[in-house]
Ligand binder design. Structure first.
Ligand SMILES: Nc1ncnc2c1ncn2[C@@H]1O[C@H](COP(=O)(O)OP(=O)(O)OP(=O)(O)O)[C@@H](O)[C@H]1O
Length: 362
């Protein structure tokens, strides 16, 4: 397994890129740790496949370098980099048995037969394929075939990294859930460097130690699932992570608070200190539905709101509030009382985020 380093990496499919929008991958310098599970998360067209293809060696970046354990591999082929890849659709040999399919990448590298057998059985066990080992692959369901594909990626212990490109696309929702957990367990057991591309936040957050969120070619945040939830560095992270995402409201600054349609909302001291010297820019206030506090008008720091709807989600409730012309979402537990006439909210300073031109200020 390897440490992966991006050194001033960037890629444009244009012959003469001049504007930031010309780049499918905008300037990136970062180091990814050996043995960790990473997810590349973002909507369609944000540059996930471009970055993954640069890591795997299918694409040479137009700018910068990729290093594996300090060694420049920017122009090396996937074989030379020694990586395993699992794609959206099964890549297996239909005429071979499941055992032969799993053994193939090892036999191809002349691994001794006893080691092949041990490793194949280990991976088959982890993926619940033991009962199918003697079956021909063509007889199996698409789910099982994709499991074999994943097994072929996982079977080699000598690879620098294993790359997964939306590997659960063809899997039915229930099996998807099981496989996601299995991959996580396999990672914990083998400590392989894994990179997993997806546009599904649940997949990314359950699989990865660290999630890289991409937006319009830029990596807007690399963090643990908790960091992305508690401290989104970019409004897109706030919006894309969480269900529903962060509440965002345009605001201006005044003294030690933000003003939303003339309503003063106190800010943490860090945000005010950081925003103090800033001139110009588009400011927004953000708070997650989980961190807003529902109270009654008249209590300290309470801002009157109207409750316009409540959805019961089984284990919690999601209320829709109106504050001036702004609509806010707030998550409430089952027991919490919702005032009918004098509802109000409080914005706890720790969870109230100030953004300038989409980037977190403090
Ligand atoms: N071979 C190519 N030639 C020109 N432009 C490309 C090429 N491949 C991708 N792009 C463009 O680069 C941008 C990033 O695409 P990329 O495929 O990396 O995104 P993605 O996040 O993987 O999307 P998806 O989830 O749809 O695969 C998009 O605007 C896309 O149109």
């Amino acid at each position: 397994m390897a440490t992966i380093q991006f050194d001033n990496l960037g890629h444009s499919y244009h012959p003469h890129p001049s504007r930031p929008e010309d780049y499918a991958l905008r300037r990136l310098s970062q180091e990814w740790e050996d043995g960790k599970a990473y997810a590349l998360l973002g909507p369609s067209g944000c540059g996930k496949s471009t970055l993954l293809n640069i890591i795997s060696g299918l694409l040479v970046p137009s700018e910068g370098r990729v290093l594996f354990d300090g060694l420049d591999v920017t122009r090396c082929t996937p074989e030379e980099r020694n990586i395993a890849q699992v794609f959206q659709f099964p890549v297996i040999y239909d005429t071979m048995t499941v055992y032969e399919n799993l053994a193939f990448p090892l036999r191809n590298r002349k691994v001794p037969a006893a080691d092949v057998d041990r490793r194949v059985r280990q991976v088959a066990e982890a993926l619940d394929l033991t009962a199918d080992l003697k079956k021909r692959a063509q007889r199996l369901t698409p789910d099982a075939k994709q499991k074999i594909s994943m097994g072929r990626g996982l079977v080699r212990s000598d690879v620098a990294a294993i790359l997964f490109d939306e590997p659960l696309t063809v899997i039915d929702p229930h099996t998807k859930w099981i496989l996601r957990r299995k991959l996580r367990q396999i990672h914990e057991e083998y400590r392989l460097t894994m990179i997993y591309v997806t546009h599904d936040q649940v997949e990314a957050l359950t699989f990865a130690d660290k999630v890289a969120v991409m937006y319009e070619g830029a990596m807007v945040q690399l963090g643990t699932p908790q960091e992305l939830f508690e401290n989104p560095l970019h409004t897109f992270v706030g919006y894309f992570i969480g269900s529903p995402g962060i509440n965002l409201m345009p605001c201006t600054l005044g003294g030690d608070h933000a003003l939303v349609e003339g309503i003063a909302i106190p800010l943490g001291t860090g945000a005010m200190a950081a925003a103090g010297g800033m001139v110009g820019g588009r400011f927004e206030l953000g708070i997650r539905p989980e961190f807003l506090e529902l109270t009654r008008s008249g209590s300290a720091g309470a801002i009157p709101v109207q409750v316009t709807g409540v959805d019961d989600l089984g284990t919690s409730r999601l209320a829709t509030l109106r504050m001036g012309s702004q609509t806010l979402k707030i998550r409430l537990n089952e027991e919490q009382e919702i005032p009918a006439l004098d509802a109000a909210v409080r914005f706890p300073g720790r969870w109230t985020k100030l953004y300038r031109d989409s980037h977190l200020v403090n």
